[in-house]
Design a protein around this ligand. Structure first.
Ligand code: EPU
Length: 418
């Protein structure tokens, strides 16, 4: 249900919080379950709207999906359709990930152009180049994309760009293809590596995951698995940056430091004391006034574009002139107009965002325009004096489970209203 958050900001966040399983990795895992007729159990799946939408898409293809809190059971004993339903696909970008498994299992796949956040032009050429290299015919069927395997055979594939979903989709198609596939310039994101680890548990023969060079030896069939989704590094980063913006002391107990080097490094550059360790996760405490910095949002292991808006919000509280250079998306900066309503001194000239701080922020009415833009308003609202009302929080519901409860456990005053 669409609603709003009312935040009474201006106080430091303090305490510890545990984050959910990764939204994006869980979506990849759900699509992976289409590759086998056996049951797949996924644990630590975040309780967010996108998971329910993806489950609906799997059901429309013939899979049984049972969601029980953070556990999801999928069985795609038989796929009854090779076409994902348009109305669901246009809501969710990850829905396009059914293409690879459908191609691998049924030899055919059809899908509308997927939806998702309006943060850039977001082409799909990497997916198609990969499918074609494996021997599929790809083209339009009306407004939809259609692919047919004739059959799929392993190949050496070079990606023009290390697309995250492109890597996962082509990997899905390659695991059941005949022979050996090498993907050069694959995305090394932890979520992609996790998808490969799940496929390996299902019987796929893959090496090189977590690196830009993936090797796959095709197998005839995959079997079931019982698998735990990794912690969400973007949710963790959002709480840590909220701690920085409010000059607080926040620990994310299950954050994986090895997935967050760029974030840890930038928190230290801001002036935070950061501690990491087993059982500790990541803890970042403000020990001196935050200092301005420069950051580039680039593919992993660089600083994540999905934390760019939250970082920009935190930098409004750092003294000096900061620069965020966005190098992944061409339309990531919609959040800027909303931050300005709170009093931020922030401007953009295309890819570069310049923030002048430290600036006092004051509560106002703002709109969450996409998931991460919404998260940046939460960070800013927590730092602002007075009452901030964030409208259109259905975007936040797509990616952040139990947001108000988790913030409350850190001492924030956040209320959700219908
Ligand atoms: N790109 C191409 N050609 C392609 C595909 C992508 O040029 O064929 C370009 C895009 O134009 C874009 C850049 O590559 O500028 C990044 O796109 P990518 O394909 O890597 O992104 P994605 O796979 O569509 C996933 C996440 C995004 C996250 C990006 C980058 C999911 C469902 N989405 O998208 O997550 O920003 O990787 O890390 O996993 C979010 O969680 O809020 C979110 C938007």
């Amino acid at each position: 249900m669409d609603g709003r958050y009312v935040i009474h900001g201006g106080r430091p966040l303090r305490g510890e919080v545990a984050v959910s399983g990764s939204k994006n990795a869980a979506l990849y895992a759900l699509a992976a379950a289409l590759l086998t007729a056996d049951p797949v159990t996924l644990r630590n799946v975040p309780e967010i709207a996108d998971i329910g939408e993806m489950a609906e898409i799997l059901r429309a293809l013939g899979a049984e999906v049972v969601i029980d809190g953070e556990r999801v059971d999928v069985q795609a004993a038989e796929l009854t359709s090779s076409q994902a339903p348009d109305d669901l696909v246009t809501k969710l970008r990850a829905s396009f990930l059914v293409m690879g498994p459908l191609l691998g299992r049924t030899g055919e796949a059809e899908c509308a152009a997927p939806g998702g956040d309006v943060i850039g032009s977001r082409p799909l050429d990497v997916h198609f180049a990969g499918f074609r290299a494996l021997g599929a015919e790809v083209g339009r069927r009306g407004a939809n994309w259609h692919a047919a395997a004739r059959p799929l055979r392993g190949a050496r594939i070079f990606f023009d760009y290390p697309s995250v979903l492109g890597t996962v989709n082509v990997l899905f198609a390659a695991v059941l293809a005949e022979g050996h596939t090498t993907i050069v310039n694959a995305a090394p994101e932890p979520e992609v590596a996790m998808a490969a680890a799940l496929l390996a548990q299902m019987g796929a023969r893959i090496s090189g995951h977590g690196t830009p060079m993936l090797e796959v030896e095709g197998v005839a069939r995959l079997h079931g698995a019982d698998f735990e989704v990794i912690a969400d590094r973007l949710e963790a980063g959002t709480y840590l940056l909220a701690g920085a913006a409010t000059r607080g002391d926040v620990g994310v107990t299950n954050a994986v430091p090895g997935h967050m080097d760029s974030v840890i490094s930038k928190l230290r550059e801001l002036g935070m004391r950061v501690e990491t360790g087993d059982g500790l996760g990541i803890r970042a405490a403000c020990v001196e006034a935050p200092r301005a910095l420069q950051v580039q949002a680039v593919p992993y292991p660089g600083f994540p574009t999905d934390l760019h808006p939250q970082m920009a919000a935190a930098l409004t509280q750092a003294s000096g002139v900061s620069l965020v250079h966005e190098r992944v998306y061409d339309n990531r900066t919609l959040y800027i107009s909303e931050l300005r309503k709170l009093g931020a001194r922030i401007i953009t000239g295309g890819e570069s965002v310049i923030i002048e701080g430290s600036t006092p922020l004051f509560g106002a009415h703002v709109r969450a325009l996409d998931i991460r833009a919404g998260a940046s308003l939460v960070v800013a609202g927590l730092a602002a004096e007075g009452q901030t009302t964030i409208h259109d929080i259905d975007h936040l519901d797509r990616g952040y489970a139990h947001l108000e409860a988790r913030l409350a456990s850190l001492g924030a005053e956040v209320e959700r209203l219908p």
